[in-house]
Ligand binder design. Structure first.
Ligand code: PLP
Length: 409
Protein backbone atom coordinates (compact mmCIF):
# COMPACT_ATOMS: atom_id res chain seq x y z
CA UNK A 1 0.00 0.00 0.00
CA UNK A 2 1.39 3.37 -0.96
CA UNK A 3 0.96 5.93 1.79
CA UNK A 4 0.04 9.41 0.67
CA UNK A 5 2.10 12.48 1.56
CA UNK A 6 -0.50 13.83 3.96
CA UNK A 7 0.96 17.30 3.85
CA UNK A 8 -0.82 17.69 0.50
CA UNK A 9 -4.17 17.21 2.23
CA UNK A 10 -3.57 20.35 4.23
CA UNK A 11 -3.59 22.36 1.01
CA UNK A 12 -7.04 21.50 -0.19
CA UNK A 13 -9.00 24.27 1.41
CA UNK A 14 -6.66 26.88 0.09
CA UNK A 15 -6.91 27.42 -3.62
CA UNK A 16 -7.49 31.05 -4.42
CA UNK A 17 -7.97 31.07 -8.18
CA UNK A 18 -10.39 28.15 -8.26
CA UNK A 19 -12.51 29.90 -5.61
CA UNK A 20 -12.53 33.00 -7.80
CA UNK A 21 -13.42 30.94 -10.89
CA UNK A 22 -16.35 29.38 -9.02
CA UNK A 23 -17.70 32.78 -8.03
CA UNK A 24 -17.24 34.18 -11.53
CA UNK A 25 -18.99 31.17 -13.08
CA UNK A 26 -21.90 31.55 -10.68
CA UNK A 27 -22.13 35.20 -11.66
CA UNK A 28 -22.11 34.34 -15.37
CA UNK A 29 -24.96 31.87 -14.92
CA UNK A 30 -27.17 34.47 -13.26
CA UNK A 31 -25.99 37.42 -15.40
CA UNK A 32 -25.24 35.92 -18.83
CA UNK A 33 -25.42 39.26 -20.65
CA UNK A 34 -23.19 41.36 -18.37
CA UNK A 35 -19.76 41.96 -19.93
CA UNK A 36 -17.04 41.14 -17.42
CA UNK A 37 -13.66 42.84 -17.25
CA UNK A 38 -11.00 40.58 -15.80
CA UNK A 39 -8.27 42.37 -13.91
CA UNK A 40 -7.61 39.46 -11.60
CA UNK A 41 -5.18 36.77 -12.70
CA UNK A 42 -1.63 37.94 -13.32
CA UNK A 43 -1.31 36.74 -16.91
CA UNK A 44 -0.09 38.96 -19.71
CA UNK A 45 -2.20 39.76 -22.76
CA UNK A 46 0.24 41.27 -25.31
CA UNK A 47 1.74 38.94 -27.91
CA UNK A 48 5.40 37.87 -27.89
CA UNK A 49 7.97 40.38 -29.15
CA UNK A 50 8.49 39.91 -32.93
CA UNK A 51 12.23 39.38 -32.32
CA UNK A 52 11.40 36.31 -30.19
CA UNK A 53 8.92 34.99 -32.73
CA UNK A 54 11.51 35.32 -35.49
CA UNK A 55 14.18 33.57 -33.43
CA UNK A 56 11.79 30.76 -32.53
CA UNK A 57 10.74 30.29 -36.17
CA UNK A 58 14.39 30.00 -37.09
CA UNK A 59 14.94 27.49 -34.30
CA UNK A 60 11.97 25.42 -35.51
CA UNK A 61 13.54 25.32 -38.98
CA UNK A 62 16.80 24.13 -37.44
CA UNK A 63 14.90 21.28 -35.82
CA UNK A 64 13.72 20.19 -39.27
CA UNK A 65 17.22 19.51 -40.55
CA UNK A 66 19.40 16.60 -39.44
CA UNK A 67 22.51 18.81 -39.38
CA UNK A 68 21.01 21.45 -37.10
CA UNK A 69 18.54 19.36 -35.10
CA UNK A 70 18.73 19.64 -31.30
CA UNK A 71 17.73 16.80 -29.01
CA UNK A 72 18.29 16.86 -25.26
CA UNK A 73 20.13 20.02 -24.32
CA UNK A 74 22.16 20.77 -21.22
CA UNK A 75 19.90 20.61 -18.13
CA UNK A 76 21.42 23.90 -16.95
CA UNK A 77 20.59 25.74 -20.20
CA UNK A 78 22.43 26.51 -23.41
CA UNK A 79 25.58 28.57 -23.18
CA UNK A 80 24.27 31.14 -25.67
CA UNK A 81 21.40 32.05 -23.32
CA UNK A 82 23.45 31.94 -20.13
CA UNK A 83 26.07 34.24 -21.68
CA UNK A 84 23.34 36.67 -22.78
CA UNK A 85 21.81 36.65 -19.27
CA UNK A 86 25.15 37.43 -17.61
CA UNK A 87 26.03 40.11 -20.17
CA UNK A 88 22.67 41.93 -20.14
CA UNK A 89 21.02 41.27 -16.78
CA UNK A 90 24.01 41.39 -14.42
CA UNK A 91 27.18 42.88 -15.95
CA UNK A 92 25.57 46.36 -16.35
CA UNK A 93 24.77 46.28 -12.61
CA UNK A 94 28.39 45.56 -11.77
CA UNK A 95 27.49 42.00 -10.75
CA UNK A 96 29.86 39.35 -12.06
CA UNK A 97 28.59 35.80 -12.30
CA UNK A 98 30.08 32.72 -13.88
CA UNK A 99 28.01 30.60 -16.30
CA UNK A 100 27.82 27.70 -13.84
CA UNK A 101 25.99 29.94 -11.37
CA UNK A 102 22.99 30.28 -13.73
CA UNK A 103 20.39 27.56 -14.20
CA UNK A 104 17.87 28.10 -17.02
CA UNK A 105 14.47 26.62 -16.26
CA UNK A 106 10.88 26.48 -17.43
CA UNK A 107 9.94 29.43 -15.25
CA UNK A 108 10.07 30.96 -11.82
CA UNK A 109 7.15 28.99 -10.44
CA UNK A 110 8.99 25.67 -10.70
CA UNK A 111 12.16 27.13 -9.25
CA UNK A 112 10.53 28.96 -6.34
CA UNK A 113 8.46 25.83 -5.65
CA UNK A 114 11.35 23.37 -5.90
CA UNK A 115 14.24 25.22 -4.31
CA UNK A 116 13.17 24.15 -0.82
CA UNK A 117 14.04 20.57 -1.74
CA UNK A 118 17.68 21.46 -1.07
CA UNK A 119 16.89 22.11 2.58
CA UNK A 120 15.82 19.91 5.47
CA UNK A 121 12.11 19.87 6.21
CA UNK A 122 12.59 21.30 9.70
CA UNK A 123 14.13 24.64 8.80
CA UNK A 124 12.19 27.63 10.05
CA UNK A 125 10.92 29.96 7.37
CA UNK A 126 9.58 33.46 6.90
CA UNK A 127 7.54 35.21 4.26
CA UNK A 128 6.45 38.75 3.77
CA UNK A 129 2.68 38.91 4.08
CA UNK A 130 0.83 39.14 1.69
CA UNK A 131 2.85 37.34 -0.95
CA UNK A 132 2.84 34.99 -3.98
CA UNK A 133 1.22 31.83 -2.51
CA UNK A 134 3.71 29.34 -4.00
CA UNK A 135 6.31 30.03 -1.30
CA UNK A 136 4.10 28.90 1.57
CA UNK A 137 2.24 26.18 -0.37
CA UNK A 138 5.42 24.46 -1.56
CA UNK A 139 6.67 24.42 2.03
CA UNK A 140 3.37 23.00 3.26
CA UNK A 141 3.85 20.11 0.82
CA UNK A 142 7.06 19.01 2.50
CA UNK A 143 5.82 19.60 6.04
CA UNK A 144 8.03 22.61 6.68
CA UNK A 145 5.19 25.03 7.38
CA UNK A 146 3.93 23.14 10.43
CA UNK A 147 0.22 22.93 11.20
CA UNK A 148 -2.60 25.20 10.23
CA UNK A 149 -3.71 27.49 13.05
CA UNK A 150 -7.38 28.44 13.54
CA UNK A 151 -6.71 31.83 11.92
CA UNK A 152 -5.42 30.15 8.75
CA UNK A 153 -1.73 30.87 9.36
CA UNK A 154 0.93 28.12 9.63
CA UNK A 155 2.65 27.36 12.89
CA UNK A 156 6.21 27.23 11.55
CA UNK A 157 5.96 30.25 9.26
CA UNK A 158 6.98 33.70 10.41
CA UNK A 159 4.70 36.20 8.71
CA UNK A 160 6.13 39.66 8.16
CA UNK A 161 3.15 41.95 7.72
CA UNK A 162 3.17 44.50 4.91
CA UNK A 163 0.35 46.98 5.38
CA UNK A 164 -0.37 50.64 4.71
CA UNK A 165 0.88 51.36 8.25
CA UNK A 166 4.43 50.29 7.37
CA UNK A 167 4.12 51.44 3.73
CA UNK A 168 4.24 47.75 2.75
CA UNK A 169 7.90 47.59 3.76
CA UNK A 170 8.37 44.54 6.02
CA UNK A 171 10.48 44.72 9.14
CA UNK A 172 13.07 41.98 9.59
CA UNK A 173 11.93 39.32 12.09
CA UNK A 174 12.70 39.90 15.76
CA UNK A 175 14.16 36.38 15.91
CA UNK A 176 16.26 34.37 13.51
CA UNK A 177 14.76 32.22 10.76
CA UNK A 178 16.62 29.81 8.48
CA UNK A 179 14.90 30.65 5.22
CA UNK A 180 13.22 33.83 3.97
CA UNK A 181 11.35 34.41 0.72
CA UNK A 182 11.40 37.94 -0.64
CA UNK A 183 9.65 39.07 -3.81
CA UNK A 184 10.53 42.53 -5.15
CA UNK A 185 8.94 44.26 -6.96
CA UNK A 186 6.19 42.62 -5.00
CA UNK A 187 3.29 40.53 -6.11
CA UNK A 188 0.65 41.41 -4.93
CA UNK A 189 1.25 44.82 -3.29
CA UNK A 190 3.19 46.29 -6.23
CA UNK A 191 5.75 47.83 -3.89
CA UNK A 192 9.53 47.79 -4.35
CA UNK A 193 12.45 48.03 -1.93
CA UNK A 194 15.10 50.72 -2.24
CA UNK A 195 18.77 49.85 -2.04
CA UNK A 196 18.79 50.88 1.62
CA UNK A 197 15.70 48.79 2.45
CA UNK A 198 17.00 45.68 0.72
CA UNK A 199 20.37 46.10 2.42
CA UNK A 200 18.60 45.72 5.78
CA UNK A 201 17.55 42.22 4.65
CA UNK A 202 20.95 41.20 3.37
CA UNK A 203 22.52 42.42 6.61
CA UNK A 204 19.93 40.45 8.62
CA UNK A 205 20.72 37.33 6.57
CA UNK A 206 24.47 37.75 6.99
CA UNK A 207 24.11 38.29 10.72
CA UNK A 208 21.66 35.41 11.30
CA UNK A 209 22.97 32.90 8.75
CA UNK A 210 19.63 33.03 6.90
CA UNK A 211 19.12 31.95 3.31
CA UNK A 212 17.15 34.43 1.18
CA UNK A 213 15.21 33.25 -1.86
CA UNK A 214 14.79 36.45 -3.84
CA UNK A 215 12.09 36.33 -6.50
CA UNK A 216 12.75 39.07 -9.06
CA UNK A 217 10.08 38.03 -11.57
CA UNK A 218 8.99 41.69 -11.95
CA UNK A 219 12.44 43.26 -12.17
CA UNK A 220 11.73 44.61 -15.67
CA UNK A 221 8.96 46.85 -14.29
CA UNK A 222 11.26 48.90 -12.08
CA UNK A 223 11.06 52.55 -13.11
CA UNK A 224 12.49 54.53 -10.26
CA UNK A 225 16.19 55.03 -9.60
CA UNK A 226 17.58 53.59 -6.38
CA UNK A 227 15.51 50.41 -6.69
CA UNK A 228 17.97 47.52 -7.08
CA UNK A 229 17.27 45.26 -10.07
CA UNK A 230 19.12 42.37 -8.47
CA UNK A 231 19.77 41.48 -4.85
CA UNK A 232 23.42 41.02 -5.81
CA UNK A 233 23.70 44.79 -6.09
CA UNK A 234 23.81 44.69 -2.29
CA UNK A 235 27.21 43.94 -0.83
CA UNK A 236 27.44 40.47 0.70
CA UNK A 237 24.27 39.15 -0.99
CA UNK A 238 26.14 36.48 -2.92
CA UNK A 239 26.83 34.76 0.39
CA UNK A 240 23.18 34.57 1.39
CA UNK A 241 20.82 34.94 -1.57
CA UNK A 242 19.47 32.84 -4.40
CA UNK A 243 17.82 34.96 -7.10
CA UNK A 244 15.04 33.71 -9.35
CA UNK A 245 13.94 35.44 -12.55
CA UNK A 246 11.43 34.86 -15.29
CA UNK A 247 10.86 35.77 -18.92
CA UNK A 248 7.09 35.54 -18.31
CA UNK A 249 6.31 39.10 -17.35
CA UNK A 250 9.37 40.56 -19.08
CA UNK A 251 8.69 39.21 -22.54
CA UNK A 252 5.24 37.61 -22.41
CA UNK A 253 6.61 34.06 -21.97
CA UNK A 254 3.82 32.89 -19.63
CA UNK A 255 2.75 30.34 -22.25
CA UNK A 256 6.25 29.69 -23.63
CA UNK A 257 7.90 28.98 -20.24
CA UNK A 258 11.40 30.16 -19.45
CA UNK A 259 13.13 31.55 -16.41
CA UNK A 260 16.35 31.10 -14.52
CA UNK A 261 17.84 30.79 -11.07
CA UNK A 262 21.14 32.17 -9.86
CA UNK A 263 22.94 30.15 -7.19
CA UNK A 264 26.28 31.77 -6.41
CA UNK A 265 29.13 29.42 -5.58
CA UNK A 266 29.45 31.05 -2.14
CA UNK A 267 25.96 30.01 -0.98
CA UNK A 268 26.02 27.18 1.54
CA UNK A 269 23.73 25.41 3.98
CA UNK A 270 24.81 23.44 7.03
CA UNK A 271 24.66 19.76 7.94
CA UNK A 272 23.55 18.92 11.47
CA UNK A 273 27.23 18.37 12.20
CA UNK A 274 27.95 21.95 11.16
CA UNK A 275 29.69 21.23 7.87
CA UNK A 276 28.92 23.84 5.18
CA UNK A 277 27.66 22.42 1.90
CA UNK A 278 27.57 24.58 -1.26
CA UNK A 279 24.07 24.67 -2.72
CA UNK A 280 25.16 25.25 -6.33
CA UNK A 281 26.26 21.64 -7.00
CA UNK A 282 23.20 20.36 -5.12
CA UNK A 283 20.85 22.34 -7.36
CA UNK A 284 22.80 21.11 -10.37
CA UNK A 285 22.20 17.56 -9.17
CA UNK A 286 18.51 18.36 -8.55
CA UNK A 287 18.04 19.72 -12.05
CA UNK A 288 19.98 16.91 -13.72
CA UNK A 289 17.77 14.40 -11.94
CA UNK A 290 14.35 16.03 -12.16
CA UNK A 291 14.54 18.35 -15.19
CA UNK A 292 15.58 17.70 -18.77
CA UNK A 293 16.22 21.24 -19.88
CA UNK A 294 14.18 24.05 -21.37
CA UNK A 295 13.50 23.49 -25.06
CA UNK A 296 16.04 24.76 -27.59
CA UNK A 297 13.32 26.72 -29.39
CA UNK A 298 12.29 28.46 -26.17
CA UNK A 299 15.87 29.32 -25.26
CA UNK A 300 16.49 30.82 -28.70
CA UNK A 301 13.34 32.90 -28.15
CA UNK A 302 14.62 34.01 -24.74
CA UNK A 303 18.03 34.87 -26.19
CA UNK A 304 16.30 37.20 -28.67
CA UNK A 305 14.90 39.22 -25.76
CA UNK A 306 18.45 40.58 -25.38
CA UNK A 307 18.91 41.62 -29.04
CA UNK A 308 18.59 45.37 -29.71
CA UNK A 309 15.17 44.86 -31.37
CA UNK A 310 14.10 42.47 -28.61
CA UNK A 311 15.04 45.01 -25.94
CA UNK A 312 13.12 47.77 -27.73
CA UNK A 313 10.04 45.58 -28.22
CA UNK A 314 10.07 44.37 -24.62
CA UNK A 315 10.33 47.96 -23.42
CA UNK A 316 7.33 48.93 -25.56
CA UNK A 317 5.22 46.16 -24.08
CA UNK A 318 6.21 46.96 -20.52
CA UNK A 319 5.55 50.65 -21.20
CA UNK A 320 2.07 49.68 -22.38
CA UNK A 321 1.31 47.81 -19.15
CA UNK A 322 2.82 50.53 -17.01
CA UNK A 323 0.71 53.15 -18.79
CA UNK A 324 -2.31 50.99 -17.90
CA UNK A 325 -1.05 51.00 -14.31
CA UNK A 326 -0.66 54.78 -14.34
CA UNK A 327 -4.18 55.30 -15.71
CA UNK A 328 -5.67 52.91 -13.17
CA UNK A 329 -3.78 54.39 -10.26
CA UNK A 330 -4.80 57.95 -11.16
CA UNK A 331 -8.43 57.03 -11.77
CA UNK A 332 -8.69 55.01 -8.56
CA UNK A 333 -7.20 57.86 -6.57
CA UNK A 334 -9.63 60.27 -8.24
CA UNK A 335 -12.46 57.94 -7.26
CA UNK A 336 -11.40 58.26 -3.63
CA UNK A 337 -9.60 54.93 -3.14
CA UNK A 338 -6.37 54.36 -1.28
CA UNK A 339 -4.26 52.63 -3.90
CA UNK A 340 -0.68 51.38 -3.73
CA UNK A 341 1.81 49.92 -6.19
CA UNK A 342 1.63 50.41 -9.94
CA UNK A 343 4.83 52.49 -10.04
CA UNK A 344 7.51 49.80 -10.20
CA UNK A 345 5.20 46.83 -10.75
CA UNK A 346 2.17 45.88 -12.85
CA UNK A 347 0.01 45.41 -9.73
CA UNK A 348 -2.28 47.81 -7.93
CA UNK A 349 -3.19 47.12 -4.35
CA UNK A 350 -6.49 48.63 -3.50
CA UNK A 351 -7.79 49.25 0.01
CA UNK A 352 -11.38 48.10 0.40
CA UNK A 353 -13.83 50.70 1.68
CA UNK A 354 -13.79 50.96 5.49
CA UNK A 355 -14.90 47.75 7.19
CA UNK A 356 -15.28 45.71 3.99
CA UNK A 357 -13.44 42.39 3.76
CA UNK A 358 -11.43 41.35 0.70
CA UNK A 359 -14.10 38.88 -0.45
CA UNK A 360 -16.95 41.35 0.17
CA UNK A 361 -15.06 43.91 -1.91
CA UNK A 362 -14.48 41.26 -4.59
CA UNK A 363 -18.25 40.53 -4.70
CA UNK A 364 -19.04 44.23 -4.75
CA UNK A 365 -16.81 44.80 -7.81
CA UNK A 366 -18.11 41.65 -9.50
CA UNK A 367 -21.84 42.21 -8.97
CA UNK A 368 -22.05 45.99 -9.16
CA UNK A 369 -19.30 46.83 -11.67
CA UNK A 370 -18.71 43.48 -13.38
CA UNK A 371 -14.99 43.67 -12.67
CA UNK A 372 -12.95 40.67 -11.51
CA UNK A 373 -10.11 41.40 -9.11
CA UNK A 374 -8.23 39.14 -6.70
CA UNK A 375 -9.10 39.25 -2.99
CA UNK A 376 -6.03 40.33 -1.07
CA UNK A 377 -6.61 37.85 1.76
CA UNK A 378 -5.80 35.06 -0.71
CA UNK A 379 -2.17 36.20 -0.58
CA UNK A 380 -1.89 36.02 3.21
CA UNK A 381 -3.59 37.27 6.37
CA UNK A 382 -2.29 40.83 6.03
CA UNK A 383 -3.96 41.01 2.62
CA UNK A 384 -7.37 41.11 4.34
CA UNK A 385 -9.20 44.30 3.46
CA UNK A 386 -7.33 44.72 0.16
CA UNK A 387 -7.84 43.66 -3.44
CA UNK A 388 -5.29 43.21 -6.23
CA UNK A 389 -5.87 44.57 -9.72
CA UNK A 390 -3.41 43.87 -12.52
CA UNK A 391 -2.34 46.21 -15.32
CA UNK A 392 -1.91 43.35 -17.80
CA UNK A 393 -5.29 43.95 -19.45
CA UNK A 394 -6.13 45.70 -22.70
CA UNK A 395 -6.06 49.48 -22.50
CA UNK A 396 -9.75 49.92 -23.39
CA UNK A 397 -10.74 47.36 -20.72
CA UNK A 398 -8.68 49.20 -18.10
CA UNK A 399 -10.28 52.51 -19.05
CA UNK A 400 -13.79 51.02 -19.09
CA UNK A 401 -13.20 49.36 -15.70
CA UNK A 402 -12.06 52.66 -14.21
CA UNK A 403 -15.15 54.40 -15.61
CA UNK A 404 -17.37 51.80 -14.00
CA UNK A 405 -15.60 52.26 -10.67
CA UNK A 406 -15.83 56.05 -10.91
CA UNK A 407 -19.54 55.99 -11.68
CA UNK A 408 -20.13 53.82 -8.59
CA UNK A 409 -18.15 55.96 -6.18
N1 PLP B 1 6.97 34.68 -9.05
C1 PLP B 1 6.01 35.59 -8.90
C2 PLP B 1 6.13 36.58 -7.83
C3 PLP B 1 4.90 35.58 -9.74
O1 PLP B 1 3.94 36.50 -9.57
C4 PLP B 1 4.81 34.62 -10.75
C5 PLP B 1 3.66 34.55 -11.66
O2 PLP B 1 2.67 35.18 -11.56
C6 PLP B 1 5.83 33.70 -10.86
C7 PLP B 1 6.90 33.74 -10.00
C8 PLP B 1 5.76 32.61 -11.89
O3 PLP B 1 6.49 32.94 -13.00
P1 PLP B 1 6.71 31.93 -14.18
O4 PLP B 1 5.66 32.20 -15.21
O5 PLP B 1 8.09 32.21 -14.66
O6 PLP B 1 6.58 30.54 -13.64
Amino acid sequence: MALVNEHFLKLQSNYLFSDIAKKVNAFKVTHPKQPLIRLGIGDVTRPLPPACIQAMHKAVDEMADMDTFHGYGPEQGYEFLIEAIIKHDFAPLGVSLSPSEIFVSDGAKSDTGNIGELLRWDNSMGVTDPVYPVYVDSNIMCGRSGVREPDGTWSNVTYLPCTAENHFIPSVPDHRVDLIYLCYPNNPTGTALTHEQLKVWVDYALKNDTLIVFDAAYEAYIREPDIPHSIYEIRGAKKVAIEIRSFSKTAGFTGVRCGYTVIPKEITAATLGGERIPLNPLWNRHQCTKFNGTSYITQRGAEAVYSPEGQRQVRETIDYYMENARIMRTELQNSGFDVYGGTNAPYLWLKAPEGMSSWKFFDHLLYNMNIVGTPGVGFGPSGEGYLRLTAFGRRDDCIEAMQRIRSHS
